[in-house]
Design a protein around this ligand. Structure first.
Ligand SMILES: [Fe+2]
Length: 455
């Protein structure tokens, strides 16, 4: 999605947990910590990064329970620490041409941890899809170190999915053309499940899991190797949308990961999946469908010609016949979807969405609760000009269908950010409470809420 330019700024003050102010009344059942990840430093040593995807990450956290505290810290992984020590930028577009060429030729990346947060076995990790997880101290957001968790061979995607029925978090990582598959059980060690070869080297941002399969949609955004190797500043040019190619559907059986099923369909692009579930011999996949990859350039070029508007679609996959069909569930722009954590990998009814104003000015920015049966959406439209982010649903207790919807927003006039806490059953009533930071937090991409009992 095109993010408003005013979300693109650096963190102005980093701090460990400190008391935040609350308007309204927080629910007594809401106890735990929301972790959010996003680009934290848009400038390094006086130079502005070319794209927010390459910025050093900031982790923002709001801890609710015994009072309310917030923290905001930069992900200070090994590469960041080396830059600080030497007093100059060594990575990405802010580095010297020689350093960029060296990094391109050696495929060296900075581990920014700027995309998502993984909570696993009481630990917390900042994720970016080009690096390994960077462990953060849950008590103060101090950066520990990048880790391979004993199994990670290349990179580790920023989109893990925990399948409740298997009590396991699945993820993948890119290693050139190879896509490695990982399982992180709630108890016990992380495991490498196997790997498969992608049809081309591409950006693969997300995947989705059921209790029997891992599913990938690999769109034809193909890496232009020479551009990446030369380390050109604008890395949106590293990928070329190949209209002649299709999107490769890859279905990996968890019972036999060495033998994935692959078939090609007409080209489209998915940044984010909603959920997937088994339906007899078919697999149902809900995802936000984009016509192509063009939105990738929009943070760099606000006049970029973005094709169409992202919409919620449902796809039916028939692995045995290579069958594939899809239909829009909701023909309005939206992104950053999720379902109740209890139903990841199983059939869901409710989908949580960040909604956007349509190109024709209708609809509106905010959060939505979409009912897959009635196909109706309930909304909270955020105040005019307030800049929102991915909503995070927190059930009142384990299986409860109702709970709270959390959205971190920026109020540009007040130059402060706040966490809106909404009753999931009454979004239109507006926030029951707002938790205020004393600064404007830059955009955040993704995050997770960890109940108090688990950290
Ligand atoms: Fe994402």
């Amino acid at each position: 999605m095109t993010k408003p330019a005013s979300l693109n700024h650096s963190v102005t003050r980093t701090h460990a947990f400190e008391t935040l102010t609350v308007d309204g009344t927080l629910p007594t059942t809401l106890r735990g910590t929301l972790f959010r990840a996003g680009p934290g430093l848009l400038e390094r040593f006086g130079r502005t990064v070319a794209h927010p995807f390459e910025a050093d990450g900031a982790i923002t956290a709001v801890r609710i329970g015994d009072g309310v505290q917030g923290a905001c810290r930069i992900v200070e992984a090994e590469e960041y620490r080396l830059e600080e020590k030497l007093g100059k930028s060594l990575y990405g577009s802010t580095a010297s041409p020689f350093a960029r060429l060296h990094n391109g030729l050696t495929q060296t990346f900075k581990n920014t941890g700027n995309t998502n947060v993984l909570a696993w076995q009481g630990r917390c990790f900042a994720l970016v899809e080009s690096g390994k997880p960077v462990e953060m101290d849950v008590l103060n957001l101090d950066t520990k170190n990048a880790t391979d968790l004993g199994v990670i061979q290349g990179a580790f995607s920023a989109h893990p999915h925990r399948v409740e029925a298997l009590k396991t978090t699945f993820n993948f990582g890119l290693r050139g053309k190879h896509i490695d598959l990982y399982a992180l059980p709630d108890t016990g060690s992380a495991r490498w499940l196997g790997s498969f070869e992608a049809p081309w080297i591409s950006m693969v941002h997300d995947f989705i899991a059921t209790d029997r399969h891992l599913i990938f949609f690999i769109g034809p955004a193909k890496l232009v190797a020479w551009r990446a190797m030369l380390g050109l500043k604008d890395f949106t040019k590293y990928f070329r949308w190949d209209n002649r190619a299709g999107t490769m559907i890859v279905i990996v059986p968890l019972a036999d990961p060495a033998h994935p099923m692959k078939f090609e369909v007409d080209a489209f692009w998915v940044w984010h999946f909603v959920n997937a579930f088994e339906d007899g011999e078919d697999i149902m996949v809900d995802a936000i469908r984009h016509d192509d990859f063009s939105v990738f350039a929009s943070p760099v070029d606000l006049n970029a010609n973005v094709s169409g508007e992202p919409a919620l679609w449902r796809f039916r996959l028939s692995p045995k016949q290579g069958g594939f069909s899809g239909e829009p569930l909701r023909p309005f722009p939206c992104e950053f979807p999720s379902v109740h954590p209890r139903y990841v990998g199983a059939e869901h009814r409710t989908i949580w969405l960040q909604t956007y104003t349509k190109a024709d000015g209708t609809e509106g920015a905010g959060v939505g609760r979409f009912d897959t049966q009635t196909r109706q959406t309930q909304y909270w439209h955020s105040p005019e000009g307030h800049l929102g982010s991915e909503p995070v649903f927190v059930p009142e207790h384990g299986d409860a269908p109702e709970g709270w919807l959390l959205q971190l927003l920026q109020d540009p006039e007040a130059k402060r950010s706040y966490l809106a806490v909404l009753d999931s059953e009454r979004l239109d009533a507006g926030p029951v409470a707002k938790v205020w930071f004393n600064q404007a937090i830059p955009m955040t991409f993704h995050g997770v809420f960890v109940p108090k009992a688990k950290i």
